[in-house]
Design a protein around this ligand. Structure first.
Ligand code: NI
Length: 179
């Protein structure tokens, strides 16, 4: 196992259900955290990663929904806020680096508008509709408020999903593996 895989906090873990603190100032430590999260995300083939997933309880997420080996266009979102989540509800099969080995069908609003600071302290606005970015923004920002994809399921579905998840873990699933 490489460091990147070991760096990921895997459920069950209290840090995945904790409200994260806003970032007060963009310090060298904050930049280093962004670098570390991007390294981990690319190494594990994820399209997004939130700070609590590497054990840091602060409001930062990284997202890159369309990278290839040669082309990367990462977003770093600091203190992101969902300013609108509306439109038709859509179901999407989601994976999460903190739940190796499973995918979960989650229903979310199809259109989302997010405001966040970037690493230069500029206020950025992101808008996405009916695509992976729309799902990813909502999934990652949930993590900053202690909410994971399985929290969107009803009790029966959630219990069944957690049984599948325990089996996947027992079978050796690791971050980035999906069903
Ligand atoms: Ni996740």
């Amino acid at each position: 196992m490489s460091n990147e895989f070991e760096d990921i906090v895997v459920a069950p873990d209290e840090r995945l259900s904790t409200e994260c603190a806003p970032i007060e100032e963009i310090t060298p430590e904050v930049r280093a955290l962004a670098d570390r999260m991007l390294r981990d995300m690319y190494a594990t083939d994820g399209c997004g990663l939130a700070a609590p997933q590497v054990g840091e309880l602060v409001q930062m997420v990284v997202i890159d929904v369309g990278y290839t080996e040669n082309k990367r266009s990462p977003y770093v979102l600091i203190n992101p806020e969902i300013v609108a989540a509306d439109g038709e509800e859509l179901e999407f099969a989601e994976g999460c680096l903190s739940f190796p080995g499973i995918t979960v069908r989650v229903t979310r609003p199809s259109h989302v508008v997010v405001q966040a600071l970037n690493l230069d302290g500029e206020l950025m606005r992101y808008e996405a509709e009916r695509n992976l970015l729309a799902v990813c923004l909502q999934h990652e920002i949930d993590h900053l408020h202690g909410v994971t994809m399985v929290d969107h399921l009803g009790p029966l579905k959630r219990a069944a999903t957690m049984r599948d998840y325990k089996e996947a873990l027992a079978a050796g699933a690791r971050p980035g593996d999906t069903e």
